[in-house]
Design a protein around this ligand. Structure first.
Ligand code: BYC
Length: 472
């Protein structure tokens, strides 16, 4: 069933009407979700009409419908990718070759619930992190993109809550409540993963977040899309379709900030673009250093028995598992990782099964580099001698073996005191934050942009860039 039933309070393609108990559970969660959205979703603008896309089908072609809607009227629904569970077999781990599961096997209830809750927790967290940004949106199209990302992250929360309520009984219902109780950055009830408790105080941070942190989302969702638990796999497959736009917002956002810096450098023959109200390339590099390192932490420890177990049990695979040419069980394969041992960085071979997190991080880094290369092309095309670089994987880490290691962005090991003293050179310092913050001003005239960012090349859904994306 690919078309979505919109006659229900909760649009869905999972035949919710046929399961009255589940339908009641979800409908009783709905007002609590709306309370959370009202209190923790975007500040102001809830009464404005926003040009949003809504999923109307899960077909690859034509899954989305665009129209002006007020955010509280957005139809948050439950969409699973096409059902081929009858034919799909498990791709990896000890159950390889067996039919995928439509229900949760009793012995894997705990770890599966944990994975779903961790994934679910990130979604409302990002909405909370971004809730004040509209007040300083650099243009209407940017404001619209922010709101699009927000409503879809909230839909991803629905996706995980559906799985919890449909497959984990009372425990799942309790977890669904708690997903609305934790708060990004709250010391007493923080969100689960580190990056989701950081602040997103300005638009450069927002673009970096959607480039780097949403990309962790892509890789985690792709790994969960391999799961033997079919409802989780299909949920994540459809979430990936929406996720692509979020990374596009990040990549093009940073690209436009770079473009503006380069335009000013050329026009005024100066590196001091701050004098002209733009963001200089060294500051952009510092933001890259911060967001990349914090997002790398989201992959967990390099050597992880949790990840090995998830893989062996068939709960979470590798990125594009079926395209990898090996036995998909990793009983004896090695994998080379970068290690931190006795204050030095070296390569070591470890059992591939234990290095699943690191392999995913490696795939992620390659993907990040591709985007950074595209940013660098803008700089090179402007004839400017500057290269944005991803910092070394050991730089500024808080999770895994490099946690707290005093390593520079170039990968040079220094003593801890020097590292502490020089951090301001590598990460956005207070003055950088204050400068970027000082540029943040709201621009709401269609087709006009704040002076620190270039216009986008393309509009949304073939609309012109000066379209009224938010009706103010
Ligand atoms: N912060 O073996 P380890 C997205 C904990 S983003 C805090 O290293 P494991 C999105 C870990 O829980 C994608 N704690 O890790 C993006 C464990 O705790 P216990 C979100 C952390 O379990 C933008 C201990 O450290 N989805 O969708 O192999 C906007 C040692 O565990 C962190 C997922 O993450 C951390 N960074 O892997 C909106 C997928 N890292 O057991 C949305 C689901 C580790 O000692 N989650 N710990 O209590 C997972 O697959 C895994 O939980 C992780 C960790 C990859 C996160």
């Amino acid at each position: 069933m690919s078309n979505v039933d919109y006659s229900e309070l909760i649009p869905n393609n999972v035949d919710l009407a046929a399961d009255r108990k589940l339908k009641r559970a979800l409908e009783s969660w709905h007002p609590k979700f709306m309370d959370w959205w009202t209190q923790q979703g975007p500040v102001q603008y809830q009464d404005k009409e926003v040009y949003l896309r809504t999923a109307i089908s899960v077909d690859k072609q034509g899954w989305a419908h665009f129209d002006h809607v007020k955010m509280p009227d957005y139809r948050w629904g439950i969409f699973l990718a096409e059902n081929d569970a009858e034919h799909r077999v498990i791709n990896f781990g000890d159950h390889k070759g067996e039919p995928v599961w439509k229900e949760v096997p009793g012995e894997y209830r705990g770890p599966l619930r944990r994975l779903i809750v961790t994934q679910g927790d990130t979604e409302p967290a990002s909405v909370e992190q971004q809730r004040r940004l509209a007040a300083t949106a650099p243009s209407l199209i940017d404001m619209r993109n922010l709101f699009q990302v927000n409503v879809e992250e909230a839909r991803h929360l629905w996706a995980m809550v559906y799985l919890l309520m449909a497959h984990f009984g009372r425990d799942g219902r309790e977890e669904a409540e708690e997903l609305l109780q934790r708060r990004s950055g709250d010391p007493d009830k923080p969100r689960i993963l580190g990056a989701f408790n950081e602040r997103t105080p300005d638009w450069l941070s927002f673009y970096m977040f959607t480039f780097f942190t949403d990309r962790d989302g892509k890789y985690q969702l792709a790994s969960l899309a391999e799961s033997a638990f079919d409802p989780l796999a299909r949920t994540c497959q459809f979430m990936l379709t929406e996720e692509a736009h979020h990374m596009y917002v990040g990549e093009t956002g940073v690209a436009r900030v770079i473009q503006k810096a380069c335009d000013i450098m050329r026009e005024h023959k100066t590196d001091d673009v701050r004098k002209f109200g733009a963001i200089d390339l060294p500051t952009i590099q510092k933001y890259v250093n911060f967001h990349f390192s914090v997002s790398e932490d989201l992959f967990g420890s390099e050597i992880s028995t949790n990840a090995a177990n998830y893989f062996t049990q068939g709960l979470k695979g590798r990125y594009l598992e079926s395209r990898i040419k090996d036995d998909h069980q990793l009983k004896s394969d090695p994998y080379s990782i970068t290690q931190w041992r006795d204050g030095a960085i070296s390569q070591i071979e470890v059992p591939a099964l234990t290095a699943i997190n690191e392999r995913l991080r490696d795939d992620y880094i390659v993907d990040c580099q591709r985007g950074v290369d595209r940013w660098n092309k803008i700089i090179a095309d402007a004839g400017i001698d500057f290269t944005i670089k991803l910092p070394h994987r050991a730089f500024h880490r808080a999770i895994g073996q490099f946690s707290g290691a005093p390593v520079t962005p170039e990968g040079r090991i220094i003593d801890a005191a020097t590292f502490a003293a020089r951090q301001d050179e590598w990460l956005p310092n207070q003055a950088d934050h204050e400068y970027v913050q000082s540029l943040m001003e709201q621009v709401t005239e269609p087709g006009r942009y704040a002076r620190w960012i270039a216009p986008p090349r393309l509009g949304i859904n073939n609309q012109p860039i000066d379209f009224p994306y938010v009706r103010m």
